[in-house]
Design a protein around this ligand. Structure first.
Ligand SMILES: Cc1ncc(COP(=O)(O)OP(=O)(O)O)c(N)n1
Ligand SMILES: Cc1nc(C(=O)O)sc1CCOP(=O)(O)O
Ligand SMILES: [Mg+2]
Length: 210
């Protein structure tokens, strides 16, 4: 995996877009230059059934149009059905080593919060890890307490070859600190999906992370 795809990793579901059209939000983010997209349709207000699959396909088609990897959160079956570019799983999802077998050659991301979880993710064949929440977040109801940059810094030092993206409460104001701590990129929901000017915000973030 080219680790540059983590530079500005946008995560979104329609539940994150308020009254805005989620496909419009995604296309604006793609125009601005996001390097990766994660389809994370979950929680209150998330689409279900046929509508969920149709909407996922629309997001994937937009990502294809802009040449940006389309990663599915949690739902390995959907990722298989759509032949997505990859899957992201956390510690409460399907085991990473099983996902690795189900999706050979695809991008596999794993969320980690401890050194033991990092070792397991590497052993499972993860292409990158997501470390968070760095700062406080309102976008994930069951998020752990904000951890700051110390764990990220430790893992970056111990595993320089491992692609790492920081997540949780990252904004234009604090993204530079995450990059300076050694992350390959920042993963963001609300600072992009709820921005008044999505494309402009993405451009500003890109200037910070590149
Ligand atoms: C890039 C990235 N990092 C971490 C997560 C969180 O995954 P998880 O802990 O499985 O939580 P949910 O997103 O599934 O609620 C992520 N999605 N992406
Ligand atoms: C999806 C997710 N995972 C996290 C983790 O810590 O693993 S924090 C988070 C939400 C990130 O959203 P925002 O950019 O709005 O804070
Ligand atoms: Mg998950």
């Amino acid at each position: 995996m080219n680790r540059n795809i983590l530079n500005l990793y946008f995560i979104m579901g329609s539940q994150n877009c308020g009254n805005a059209d989620p496909l419009h939000v995604l296309e604006s983010a793609l125009k601005g230059g996001i390097s990766c997209f994660q389809f994370r349709e979950k929680g209150e207000g998330a689409r279900q059934g046929e509508d969920y699959i149709k909407y996922a396909r629309s997001c994937q088609n937009l990502c294809k149009k802009y040449g940006v990897p389309f990663i599915v959160n949690d739902d390995v079956r959907l990722a298989e059905e759509l032949q997505a570019d990859g899957v992201h799983v956390g510690q409460d999802d399907e085991l990473a080593q099983h996902v690795r077998v189900r999706m050979p050659g695809k991008i596999l991301g794993v969320s980690v919060h401890t050194s033991e979880e990092v070792v397991s993710a590497i052993q499972a064949g993860a292409d990158y890890i997501g470390v968070g929440p760095i700062y406080e977040t309102k976008s994930k109801a069951d998020a752990k307490p904000a951890a700051g940059l110390s764990f990220l810094t430790k893992i970056v030092t111990e595993y320089p070859e491992l692609p790492i993206v920081g997540i949780g409460g990252i904004t234009i104001e604090n993204a530079k600190r995450v990059i300076e701590a050694g992350a390959d990129g920042v993963s963001i929901i609300s600072a992009i999906s709820q921005a008044e000017d999505v494309q402009g915000t993405v451009k500003q973030l890109l200037n910070i992370v590149k």
